[in-house]
Each structure stands twice: as C-alpha cells, then as structure tokens.
Design a binder for this molecule. Structure first.
Ligand code: GLA
Length: 424
C-alpha cells in the first residue's frame, strides 16, 4: 500500500507536479491473516427457513454463530469475524436505491445484527458482488458503488467480501479499486476481500498483484472449496504450482486466500483435516471456518483451536511458505517464521502425504536439503502433539513417518549460536 506524494519533474524548466492522491486502501487492517467464520461452504444458499430453521441464511444463524464463537472459546484463540456470504439480500433495492436484506430472514435489518455481533466482542462482515448480480442472483453493486460502500459503513460493517460474478473481468482492475476507494472514503476501516484474480485467471488475464496489494487486504486466487479431500488437495496443488508467481505477494495487510476451512464438516478425515490446518498455516492463509459450530467433534475442534498452529499462521513476518520437496507423493513445505535467532529464521515444516497405500510412509531427509542450514542446529516441536525433540543438526538424517493423506507438522527453532549442538 503505497503513498504517493509530491513529485518533481524536470523538462527544461523545473516545475512542481501534484499527483492525484491514489486513495489506496491503506486501512491498517489484516496485519495478520483474518480469522473468523464465513457462511458459504457449509450453508450455501439455504433460504428455506420453514424447513431448515437452523441452517437458513438468516439473522438467527449469524447470531447463533456469534454466540458459539464466544461460548465455545473460538474467540479466545483469535476467530473474530462473523461474515455473511451470498443470499442475504432482498431481490430489489429499497425506494432510495439502497441495498436491503431479505425482510423475513433478517427482520431487524443488518445494523441490528452487526450491533449484536459487536456486543459479543466480535467483528461483522458482509458479502456483495462487483457485477450486476451476486453469484446467486441478488443485486450487485455495479452502478451503485458509492451508496453501497456508504450503506456498509452506516451498518457498522468491518469486513466486505466482494465477489466477481456478472461482471467483465477486464473492468476489474479499475472497478475493484474504485469500490475500495469508496470504502475508504467512508472513514470506517473495513477489511476488503477481493475475488478479482480468480475471475481474471479463469478468463486468461494475468492478475496484477501490485494493484491487488495496493487495494485489497486479501484475494481469492482459485476456485471454490468443496467438502472433500479432492478439493483441498487440488487447492494445495494450485498454490504449490503457482508459488513462484503468488507467494511473494503475501504480507502484512495483503494475503492470498485459498478459501475457507472446512474442518468439522462431512468430507475430511481427521488426518486430512490436519493437512488443511497445517497447509493453511504455511500459506499464511485467512482462517475462515465454514462449519456447523454445534456439531464439531472434539478432535476436529482441537485442530481448529490448536494455538501452536494458529501462532504459525499469524506469524508477524507474514512470509508465505512454499513447497520445497515433492517425491513419491510426499511433499515437504516450509515457512520462515519468528523467533529469529540472530539472522536465522525459525521454520514451520510440514510433511504431507497424498499416498493411500495403507501404512505410514517413512521419509528420510536432512534439514539442510530443505533449506534449514543453521550450523548450530534446531530444536523441533511437533505442532500437533506439542512434543519437543532434542537438537537436530542440519546434516543429520531425519526420519519422519507420515500417515496416508496426513501430515507431520514441526516448528524448527534455531539453536542459539552460543549453545552449539556439541556443547562447545
Ligand atoms: C462464488 C464465490 C464463493 C461464494 C459464492 C456465493 O462462487 O467464490 O465463495 O461467495 O460465489 O454465491
């Protein structure tokens, strides 16, 4: 998020040019990846409250989510945003041209819901679409950018997800920044989640990451997550394959978004859920759960609330990790994190198996082969169990056993140079 100021231009005669302010989205938000809950993957567009009173997109659902985030302790480990996705709108704007929610499902309006969410110590997010319609066919913001940004500010919204259906991807380099400028101009800080790169990529337009970083706090790069291992592993593969063009753009205030956490739903095993949590931590991804907080088995909740892993995800350096090894359907991912000891980073290190051949697979590797070269070695902590191992020298062979479609996830902290491995 760059601020332009005065520029001196010499063309024979020196004169002063005052550049137009760029109104970048310098909102100071999302310095670490946003954490919270987002409705879409689990609740989609259920609008039949008669038959599905606990699941339909309604005030009741979001009040309930807010209650559960607090009573189940998710708020204590950082889950903060309660975010509505599609299907909250009435089919028409009101007589003043303003957006309005479906009157039956949101009988008290959005401001009252935001107030309730805020009263629980949480933050409130909402969904719209840059085009003529949302993806589910409700009114979009095109032609109403200013009034809609102001409406969100008037409702005390803290987070806006702006989708990209029913819009021309060629217009998005101007359109998304324009909406961001209107959000900024309201004076209310709102996290701005953009879907612009995924729509451009799907249409063969390479996304402009410099613009994205300037105007958006996070952005979707790839297609929607579904409730399956296929979907999670496909997304992970996308971020690995594209890492040389994508990873460098993540940082405090601006993140790549591989979509929601689906842990606690129907499609992932316990091992696969651990993989999603570990890789989302490596990717510095937003941690937005989309699940039924009333029906999460304790072992899945333990994954979602693992503070050691959340600490990796929220690391202050904001460096996105990368896949550094791939062989025999085993991958190793690393992410540089704090604490730094002198010049040496700590690392999160994930060993992921895509194998299904029925027994834990042993991987043998030295830390130096995957880029961890601190001469005085590392202390490894297993981030799922919390167990800490003795010192590991970078040239010593590590043997790690990884379960089928599972993960072993370590934090490697450099030994202090004064306390070398050999105890000299
Ligand atoms: C798109 C988005 C999803 C969700 C739906 C809502 O598919 O990518 O995350 O918001 O629209 O209709």
């Amino acid at each position: 998020m760059i601020n332009r100021g005065l520029s001196l231009v010499a063309t024979g005669v020196v004169f002063l040019t005052l550049l137009a302010p760029d109104h970048a989205l310098d909102n100071g938000l999302a310095r670490t990846p946003p954490m919270g809950w987002l409705a879409w993957e689990r609740y989609r567009c259920i609008i039949d409250c008669k038959n599905y009173p606990d699941e339909c997109i309604s005030e009741k659902l979001f009040r309930d989510v807010a209650d559960m985030l607090v009573s189940e302790g998710y708020i204590n480990v950082g889950y903060q945003y309660v975010i509505i996705d599609d299907c909250w709108l009435a089919s028409e704007r009101d007589s003043n041209g303003r957006l309005q929610p479906d009157p039956e499902r949101f009988p008290n309006g959005i401001k009252a819901l935001a107030d309730y969410v805020h009263s629980k110590g949480l933050k409130f997010g909402i969904y719209e679409d840059y085009g003529n319609y949302t993806c589910a066919g409700y009114p979009g913001v095109l032609g109403h950018l200013e009034i809609d940004a102001q409406t969100f500010a008037d409702w005390d919204v803290d987070y806006v997800k702006l989708d990209g259906c029913y819009a021309d991807p060629k217009d998005m380099n101007e359109g998304y920044p324009a909406f961001g400028q209107y959000l900024n101009a309201t004076g209310r800080p709102m996290v701005y989640s953009c879907s612009w790169p995924v729509y451009q990529e799907e249409n063969g337009i390479p996304p402009n990451f410099e613009l994205l970083k300037q105007y958006c706090n996070l952005w979707r790069n790839y297609g929607d997550i579904d409730d399956s291992w296929d979907s999670v592993s496909d997304i992970i593969n996308y971020y690995a394959t594209k890492q040389d063009t994508i990873a460098q753009h993540a940082g405090p205030g601006h993140w790549n978004d591989p979509d929601m956490l689906i842990i606690g739903n129907f499609g992932l095993s316990l091992e696969q859920s651990k993989v999603q949590m570990a890789i989302w931590a490596i990717l510095a991804a937003p941690l937005l759960m989309s699940n039924d907080l009333h029906n999460i088995r304790p072992e899945f909740k333990a994954i979602l609330t693992n503070e050691r892993i959340i600490e990796v995800n929220q690391d202050v350096l904001g460096i996105q990790g990368r896949r550094v090894y791939q062989k025999n359907n085993i991958e190793i991912w690393t992410r540089p994190i704090t604490p730094m000891i002198g010049e040496e980073y700590s690392y999160a290190v994930a060993f992921v198996s895509y194998r299904t051949d029925g027994t834990p697979r042993a991987v043998e590797i030295t830390l130096q082969e995957i880029g961890l070269t601190n001469p005085t070695g590392y202390v490894l902590q297993d981030l799922f169990s919390g167990d800490t191992s003795t010192d590991t020298n970078p040239s010593q062979t590590l043997r790690v056993r990884v379960n089928p479609t599972g993960v072993v996830f370590y934090k490697a902290i450099p030994n202090n140079p004064s306390g070398s491995l050999s105890g000299q």
